[in-house]
Design a protein around this ligand. Structure first.
Ligand code: ZN
Length: 132
């Protein structure tokens, strides 16, 4: 019985598919699954606006990808998301050219490394936004 969430951009009435949250303490904008509750620093975005999202200068955009299943945020998910954001904020940005794939022999868990992936919590993945 939930009302349809709409994109919060002016003059855009498309259904929202993602929620943008500003973490002011970390100068980070987190784009993740549609939040269960609207919060003061959250903005619902449609697919088009979430793809075209740009952060203010000096801010970092963290995109959370939902691997599978319906977006159904629970308390655990929100806690995991908060932890993932903290971890992403702590993790120093790695120089991709410094990480030679041939040197990465048998990493922990033999992860199929996505160079953009910096953290994983349950079904949430924290992705760096591509450098432009
Ligand atoms: Zn929109």
């Amino acid at each position: 019985m939930s009302p349809v969430r709409r994109c919060s951009r002016t003059a855009c009435g498309r259904p929202a598919v993602a929620t943008l949250t500003y973490v002011y303490a970390d100068s980070t904008a987190v784009l993740g699954p549609l939040a269960t509750y609207a919060e003061p620093h959250c903005y619902d975005l449609c697919s088009e606006h979430s793809e075209r999202l740009t952060a203010p200068r000096g801010w970092e955009v963290v995109r959370l990808a939902v691997e599978s299943g319906p977006a159904r945020p629970s308390g655990d998910d929100l806690e995991a998301l908060a932890n993932a954001v903290r971890e992403a904020a702590r993790t120093p940005r790695r120089d991709p050219s410094a990480a030679a794939p041939s040197d990465a022999v048998g990493g922990p868990g033999g992860r199929d490394s996505d160079p953009m992936e910096v953290a994983r919590r349950g079904h949430l993945r924290v992705l760096r936004s591509p450098e432009s």
